[in-house]
Write a protein that binds this ligand. Structure first.
Ligand SMILES: [Mg+2]
Length: 247
């Protein structure tokens, strides 16, 4: 049923890029923030300005990870070592926290301007599995998960939520570690081998694979099917509605 093994009792959904059309918003915000930083740095040091690649760099270093981990991971890929700074650093300060704050400021601004669009096929899928008695949770690295779910009108479709704030409170390692997905299954009272993971990020499918879930379904919105399979997806769909077509 629903493209998952019959033993599955719960479905764990990533948010950005799986349920909501916000992955592009994040990619654009990461790009603007890093390019502002990299350009200023190039001007100062005389080294060439090499912009952030919103496809490759986004996918390899930041997508799906907690915000500060994304910042660290991309900077490390360029051999740039910045001080950590602290939460509350003014946005744009050349620290891990300051750059991360700037990225968040850009995301929130864009969402406030444009609103949050959902993938209708995903909403249809979530309603269908709930109608069949499966339990559902959102598992996202985003600290803005509650606001995004509310803005998208999706809040009542989930029995549990493990987001960036919950992960911080519980001290859970972010994706690609499996901890947040495991916490999602636990919150639903279901063993990982009885739960399905739905993810669009390479770090996210890797988290699902590492957690020993019944099935990891990759959602390919940007043409990275092969990479999703390589990082741990058992199958890849373009949209969750495909999983309903055989019912
Ligand atoms: Mg995602």
């Amino acid at each position: 049923m629903f493209g998952v093994p019959d033993s599955v009792q719960a479905c764990l959904f990533d948010l950005d890029g799986v349920l909501t059309r916000t992955a592009a918003v994040h990619a654009a915000a990461w790009r603007q923030m890093f390019d502002e930083f990299l350009r200023a740095r190039a001007d100062r040091t005389g080294e060439p300005f090499v912009p952030f690649d919103p496809a490759r760099d986004y996918s390899d270093y930041v997508d799906g990870r907690p915000r500060e981990d994304g910042t660290r991971s991309f900077l490390a890929s360029r051999g740039i070592d910045l001080p950590e700074g602290a939460p509350g650093d003014p946005p744009g300060t050349p620290t891990v926290h300051g750059l991360s704050e700037r990225k968040n400021e850009l995301v929130l601004h864009r969402m406030a301007e444009d609103g949050v669009e959902v993938f209708e096929g995903s909403v249809e899928y979530v309603r269908a599995v709930r109608g069949a008695g499966l339990r559902t949770a959102v598992v996202s690295s985003s600290a803005n998960t509650a606001q995004v779910l509310d803005a998208a009108g999706l809040a009542d479709l989930f029995d549990a939520r493990v987001d960036g704030l919950v992960a911080g409170r519980l001290g859970l390692a972010g994706k690609p570690a499996p901890d947040t997905y495991l916490a999602g299954a636990k919150a639903l009272g279901v063993l990982p081998e009885r739960a399905a993971v739905f993810e669009d990020a390479l770090a996210g499918v890797a988290a699902g694979r590492a957690g020993g879930f019944a099935v990891v379904i990759g959602v390919d919105r940007v043409g990275h099917r092969r990479e999703l399979l390589e990082h741990g997806a058992d199958l890849v769909v373009d949209d969750l509605v495909e999983l309903l077509e055989h019912e």
